[in-house]
Design a protein around this ligand. Sequence first.
Ligand code: TAP
Length: 482
Amino acid sequence: MTIKLQETYGMYINGEFVGAASGKTFDSINPATGEKLAAIAYGDVTDVDKAVAAAWEAFPAWGKTSTRERSEILWKISNVIEANIEYLAEIETLDNGKPIEESRWDMWDAVDEFRYFASCIRSDEGLFVEHDDASFSILRREPLGVVGQIVPWNYPICMGCWKLAPALAAGNCIVFKPASNTSISILELAKLIGDILPSGVLNIVTGSGSVCGTALSKHKGIRKIAFTGSTEVGRQIGANAGQNIIPSTLELGGKSAHIIFADCQWERAMIAAQSNILFNSGQICCAGSRLFIQEEIYDKFLTELAARFNAVKVGNGLDPETQMGPVIDESQMKKILEYIDIGVKEGARLVAGGKRLTGNGYDKGFFIAPTILADVDNKMRVAQEEIFGPVLVVLKFKDEDDVIAMANDSCYGLAGGVWTQDINKALRVAKALQGGTIWVNEYGISPAGSAFGGYKDSGYGREVHKQILDHYTQCKNILINT
Ligand code: TAP
C-alpha cells in the first residue's frame, strides 16, 4: 500500500477538522528520509480553550450513556482499527520510522485495548457495603467530565489508545495532544472513527508541548491529566495538576535492568536481550537498556550478542526486510551519539556500532548503528541516564545480591527482566526489584490486562489494566437508611 497523506492536517475539535486560530502550522518529517510529510496545525491556548469547551458541551449526554452503549461504541472503534491496520501502520512507519511489522503490532495492541475496556465496563459489578440491618452504601463510579491526555512520539497510536479506551469507557470526554513529531496517525484515526463517537467527545489539539501541552495541562476546565513522556516534563505536569487540585497519572522514563543468569535458556535470552533495545530503535520507555550478565557467561554471551547487533539490517521501516529503522529526529540522534561518546570517555568498551550510519541511502535520515557499550560500571552516566536509542549498556554481576543492589541503584523503576530456569530464584529477584513490571523468562510485552506503570521517577498510575478506570472515575457513596 502506498498512502497519499493530506498536505495539511487540522486539529479535530467538536467533530470537525479545523486550522489553528492563529493560522500557523508546523511540519511533520519522515525520519527515514528527512522529507516533509505534511503540515500540521500549530495550536495554542485559544485552540485548547475551544477544545475543552466542546468537550464539556458533549459531556452531559456522553456521561449518561449506558455501559452497554459505550461498550458497543468501543467495540466498533476496535473493529475500525482492525479493518485499517495496514493503512494506519503505514502512516505510523512514515511518521515514526519503526519497521512496518512493529507498527502492525502497535495497531493490534490498540484493537485489543478497546476490546478489553469494552469488556471491563460490562463486567464491573460495583460495590455495595452493608453497615447494619437497616443501612447500606452504594459506591457509584461516576465519570470525571473532561480529561486531558498528552502522549509521546514513540508509540503514537498505541500509547494514544492506552489512554483513549479507558477514558471513553468510563464516560469522559477528552482533549488529547499527540507529540508534535507524530501527530498524523491519531488524526487519521479520528477521521476513521469520527462518525462513531458523538461530536465533542474526542478532541485532538496539535502543536508544541511548551505552548499547546502547557495550555492543556494548566487548563482549569480539565478534571484529570494523563501523561506519558519524559520525567522532566512529567514533574511539571504533576505540579500543574496539583495546583488545580486534579489527579494525574504519569508514565515516565526508565533505565530498566535486564538480568541474564548463567542458567538462562540461552537462545531465548539472547533474542530478548537484542530485541528489547533495538525494537523501535531503542526508543522504548521500558527498554532493557541495562543488561546485566552473570560473570560465568559474560564473555561468551557478549561476543554472540555483538555479532548479532552487527548483523542487524537497518533501513527504511517500509522495507519489509528492515529490522531497525531510524531514530525520531536529528536532535534525538545527536543526543544518542553524545551519550555513546560519554560512555566511551567514562571507560566503557565499544563492542558494536557506535556511530551514525552514512552512505547507502542513510544520509538524509537519522540512522544509528545498533550499539553496545560493555564493561560498564553502574555509577557511569550511561548506566544511570535514559539514552532512549539503540544503545545497550552491559554490566557484569556475580550473584543475586550483587545484581539486585545494582539494578535498584537507579532513580527509575519502570520495569525489569530476569532470565533463569530456577523459578524460586526468579521469584526472589522479581520481588526484590523496584519496578512496576518485572518479566520472568520474557521481556517487553504488556498485553491488555497486565498492569503497566512505574515506581520512583518512572511515575505513578497503572495503565492497560482495569484499575486505570479508578483514575478516570470518581466514587460517590450513596448511603441509604431503610
Ligand atoms: P516529552 O518531551 O516529555 O514529550 C511527551 C509529550 O509531552 C509530547 O506530546 C510533548 O509535546 C509534550 N510536552 C513537552 N513539553 C511539555 C510541557 N512543558 N507541557 C506539556 N506537554 C509537554 O517526551 P518525549 O521526548 O516525547 O518522549 C520520550 C520520553 O517519554 C522518554 O523519557 C520515555 O521514557 C518516555 N516514555 C515513557 C513511557 C511510559 S509508558 N512510561 C512510554 C513512552 C515514552 P511535543 O512533542 O510537542 O514536544
